[in-house]
Design a protein around this ligand. Structure first.
Ligand code: PLP
Length: 402
């Protein structure tokens, strides 16, 4: 027979999904409302307001898409790209290639700008390339989860804003852990998710749209057939489910019907955002991530393990740890999970056998988890005979806290 679900208690220190905040889970388990119930639609309007605060973009059009973060990426790119449009993608890690994959499917003309995965681009290099290529859109990643690197954006954004080029940025791995200054950095569409630093379960994507990007998307609006007063548009967006021109109307005060909103998921998102922008407060949240990052780094280095990539451009939400020689990466992760109930991540592509990634995100980013993962990793490595410093990691982290 099928038994009732009974999940183990895990310490999740991956770059997502992370442990959902229990306050969020409680909110999600309250009664379901219909999507046009005024008691519900007011929550959507409040989410818009909180997203404007969270993205530091007080005049933007903000909404959430039903689907994980990549649904927001896909919605943004499908809305902005018409077949043949040139899109420049600077790539310093795996997720830039996800952008390329989506741009290809949207019929865009891709110009990939590539480098190795140990660091980010100088902004001047990107601007030079923009000048040479004259793209309609620049699409890039703010925090790259595959290698823990974080790209500076403000000069690129200023250039794009001054030259009529749209800048679309994946902020999935940094949103909620690092301050995203969307207006100041000149980002037209910023995309984030729920299951990373917001500590809401996976299943929605957050999209924040500048005034000029909104105007462009509205120029492609086509009303769905069967809803009366047909409004056709020969430049309609190819996707129905992810049509941002329709979704902006759906999230407005005068909605036109689209999908059935995932109302319980919205309770979770509302709660996650409220905890972030109001209850704990953004500044405190960023300081907490920074402190726990410092403790993790101190512990890992005290153990004698290396950290991958350029430390100047490292982000505090993903720590790429060099796998010591002679150690089977997956064996370590298996023991951590089976014996300590701790989950850490591997990486992608060529980095798969080179680094583990320890996430430092959202509700998982707390002292108890940091000390637990350091102790468990040290014990596991010693058990497998790795050549590391014993007894130092947790002490080094304690020193950071005390
Ligand atoms: C996790 C992640 C994604 C993909 O998110 P999903 O929610 O799994 O769709 C995209 N970009 C970055 C930078 C990420 O860290």
């Amino acid at each position: 027979m099928f038994k009732e679900i009974n999940v183990p208690n895990r310490t999740i220190m991956t770059p997502g999904p992370v442990e959902a905040n229990p306050v969020v889970l409680r909110a999600m388990s309250t009664g379901t409302l219909g999507q046009f119930d005024p008691a519900f639609t007011s929550l959507m309007q409040e989410i818009k307001e909180m997203l404007r605060i969270a993205f530091n973009a007080p005049n933007n059009e903000c909404l959430a898409v039903d689907g994980t973060s990549r649904s927001g990426l896909e919605a943004a790119l499908f809305a902005m790209i018409e077949p043949g449009d040139k899109v420049l993608i600077p790539a310093y890690g795996r997720f830039a290639y996800l952008l390329a994959e989506i741009v290809e499917r949207a019929g865009g003309d891709i110009v990939l700008m590539e480098r190795d995965w140990t660091g980010t681009f100088e902004q001047a290099e990107i601007i030079e390339r923009i000048k040479a290529e004259q793209p309609k859109i620049v699409a890039m990643v703010h925090g790259e989860t595959a290698n823990g690197q974080c790209q500076q954006l403000e000069e690129v954004g200023a250039y794009c804003q001054a030259n009529g080029i749209y800048l679309v940025v994946d902020c999935v791995a940094t949103f909620g852990g690092v301050d995203i200054k969307q207006d100041e950095w000149g980002i037209d569409i910023a995309i984030a998710g729920t299951q990373k630093c917001l500590s809401v379960p996976s299943g929605m994507s957050l999209v924040s749209i500048s005034h000029r990007a909104k105007a462009f998307i509205e120029s492609r609006f086509q009303k769905e057939l069967g809803l009366g007063a047909d409004q056709r548009n020969e430049r309609f967006i190819q996707s129905n489910y992810l049509d941002l021109s329709q979704l902006m109307v759906y999230w407005s005060q005068n909605p036109i019907n689209h999908h059935t909103e995932a109302t319980n998921m919205i309770y979770g998102l509302h709660t996650g955002l409220r905890l972030f922008v109001q209850e704990e407060g953004m500044e405190k949240v960023f300081q907490r991530h920074q402190l726990n990052n410092n403790a993790l780094i101190a512990g890992i280095e005290a153990m004698g393990l290396g950290i991958y990539g350029d430390r100047e451009t490292a982000m505090p939400t993903v720590i790429p740890v060099m796998i010591p020689d002679g150690i089977e990466p997956n064996k370590v992760r298996d023991i951590l999970l089976e014996e300590f109930s701790v989950e850490i991540a591997g990486s992608f592509g060529d980095l798969n056998k080179v680094i583990w990634r320890i996430g430092n995100m959202g509700y998982s980013s707390r002292k108890q988890n940091v000390l637990h993962v350091l102790g468990a990793l040290e014990a596991t490595l010693l058990y497998l005979g790795a050549d590391i410093q014993a007894g130092k990691a947790v002490q080094a982290a304690l020193k950071v806290y005390r």
